[in-house]
Design a protein around this ligand. Structure first.
Ligand code: HEM
Length: 427
């Protein structure tokens, strides 16, 4: 299995990694973003450089845009499909090698994960699970999210130097998604570990070591969900994974891939929204004061956090036919990278975009959850968790301060923190 995994790594990550490093050394802004030299926000010089080159310039052989209108348009345009390692234009020997090295594991960045599957399969998967994340289902969770937040904050009090990522921001989303999926609380540490090793698979150009660790854990994820979905198929209840497990039209592989996606997507990014929000609010005491005085502003503050510093910086699409857009021809099969961070800082839509303003009246228009048919399925849940968790944290500890600079997360496409020591001073 290790040899097959290595060949697959080489084809899906290794060769691209070498190319991106070469492009970065040549000073190519896109290469620099891809290899992680750019760790700044959407206001970073690299994104400004993309803007200077045009609305949708071609760089390193791909089109890239930080233009809000074009990002939104492309995300909603059915002539574009998702990016997978299995491009139809790949030479036959490479496609054959990819088929032969298929590990059959629930890799988030490969089909049949719905995130990287086009219709009609995408429509089928999404229809099966969407009810669990609709307005009624999420509104019904508010009490439980509040209770889980308070439990975590109670536990923080006994810690002399709590870490607001490990002890708080990471715990709430995993607790909530595990309950939605019916997974037991004693699995939380394992689920967090699986998330940690699996998240890099959403990026391209991984090192062999990172890829191997992810694959090793995916073997466990597959075994766990295979077994759990068997149990649910035999004795279904009303939850979302029972719907998946008992659907006659989806294969077990499709079910496991999308169960694993729901789990990981359910906490991997929400933790970062909370972490980024804590950094922004402790760094902008005037904004925090407005929120303490006017708690109705919390939902809008969450939107502004997502706009100003959303966790997912970039996504991509492939043109399924020749498309003319903003005076450029995007040829069939071409890759277009969409800078969500850049779109959310586009001055044409968000006046004074580098100002963090919890009262901004169009903050909800951000693209932090993407848009179109792949727009985040869990956006409602994330918004609820953000408003409840941040409000409860800061109402209980209005004088909370960070104890030293937070440690950035090493993933390139996530703007996030891995650890955030803090001092809790009750108000
Ligand atoms: C602040 C938290 C979150 C952020 C910033 C976020 C962001 C995103 C983005 C940007 C996409 C689309 C990527 C693309 O278009 O290529 C996406 C898709 C998705 N998200 Fe989220 N997400 C968050 C929370 C959640 C939660 C709590 C869930 C719960 C299960 C979730 C489930 C999903 C799923 C299943 C998809 C794939 C949808 C599809 O392909 O149809 N997300 N998310």
């Amino acid at each position: 299995m290790l040899t097959r995994a290595w060949i697959r790594w080489l084809l899906t990550h290794g060769l691209l990694r070498t190319y991106l490093r070469w492009a970065a050394r040549r000073g190519d802004p896109l290469g620099q973003i891809a290899v992680g030299q750019d760790r700044l926000l959407g206001s970073s010089p690299y994104i400004e450089e993309i803007r200077r080159r045009g609305r949708i310039p071609s760089m390193s052989g791909v089109h890239v845009t930080a233009d809000y209108e074009l990002c939104r348009l492309i995300l909603r345009d059915r002539r574009f499909g998702v990016v997978t390692p299995f491009h139809p234009a790949l030479p036959k020997p490479i496609r054959r090698a990819l088929d032969k090295t298929d590990l059959g594991l629930p890799n988030l960045g490969e089909p049949p994960s719905m995130l990287v599957t086009d219709p009609p399969d995408h429509t089928r998967y999404r229809r099966l699970v969407r009810h669990a994340f609709g307005p009624k289902a999420i509104a019904a969770l508010e009490g439980r999210v509040t209770e889980a937040t308070n439990d975590l904050l109670d536990r923080l009090e006994s810690k002399p130097r709590p870490d607001l990522i490990e002890d708080f921001s990471a715990q709430l989303p995993v607790t909530v998604i595990a309950e939605i999926l019916g997974l037991p609380a004693d699995m939380h540490p394992t689920l967090l570990k699986w998330g940690d090793t699996g998240a890099p698979l959403l990026e391209r150009g991984l090192s062999w070591t990172t890829y191997r660790h992810a694959i090793e854990d995916l073997v466990e994820v597959k075994q766990y969900f295979d077994h759990y979905l068997d149990e649910l198929a035999a004795e279904p209840n009303n939850d979302v994974l029972s719907m998946l497990a008992t659907d006659g039209e989806t294969t077990r592989r499709e079910q496991v891939a999308n169960a694993a996606l729901l789990l990981d997507a359910g906490f991997l990014t929400t933790v970062n929204m909370l972490g980024n929000g804590i950094v922004l609010l402790t760094g902008h005491p005037d904004q925090l004061e407005s929120l303490i005085a006017q708690p109705d502003l919390w939902p809008n503050a969450v939107e502004e956090i997502l706009r100003y510093d959303g966790p997912v910086r970039m996504t991509g699409r492939v043109a399924n036919c020749d498309v003319d857009i903003a005076g450029e021809r995007i040829e069939s099969g071409s890759l277009v990278l969409l800078s969500l961070a850049g779109a959310n800082n586009d001055p044409a839509v968000f006046p004074d975009p580098h100002q963090f303003d919890v009262t901004r009246d169009n903050a909800t228009e951000h693209l932090a959850f993407s848009s179109g048919i792949h727009g985040c399925l869990g956006a409602r849940l994330a918004r609820l968790e953000g408003a409840v968790a941040l409000r409860t944290l800061f109402e209980r500890y209005p004088n909370l301060s960070l104890d030293g600079p937070p440690v950035p997360h090493p993933l390139r496409n996530l703007h996030a923190y891995r650890s955030m020591p803090a001092k809790l001073l009750a108000g």
